[in-house]
Unconditional design. Sequence first.
Length: 201
Amino acid sequence: MTQPPDLEQLIGSDVEAAERARLQRVHSLLVQAGPPPEISPSIQSGPTLGMTMSGRPRPVRRRVLLLAAAISILGLAFLGGYIAGNGSGKTPGTVMQLTGTPAAPSAFASLQIEPVDSAGNWPMRLSVKGLPQLHGHWYYEVFLMRHGKPYAPCGSFKVATNQVTVVQLNAPYRLMHNDTWVVTKQTPDSKAPGKIVLRPV
């Protein structure tokens, strides 16, 4: 039986004490475990034709998975290119939560951005509750905000007391990544955005 090599022969004398102690523990465990078992003749001779033939279905399954992954990557690349081409960081299905300001503290809403149409319109659906009912010719307006300032109106609406109001709106603009929306209270003769009653959470 061959004696295992001495640790000193393997590492030499220029190893620090802490590292030498760690290596000594590992060396002792390896010596205690003994040599690995002998390789069987069947493994040593390599794969047979039968082994090769029985493994054939796997590459087909792998090819299907690779094809599915490639299609998924192309789809994501197409979507990213489409959004970049439209200059928008907003994707269809994005839902923004809006909360009431001190002018309407119990109000809340969600604004869902729907897929852009072929003409470049971005339909949106606003669901809102808790806004005070306005009388006369007063109304609420949804404004697109860009760089922290009102950019353009997207639609006006009125609400009923203690009911959820759902309105269809539209943003016929090229949306940008940091665009957001607010809801304002408008007087009959107002031209500029009025007091903000709902803003992004």
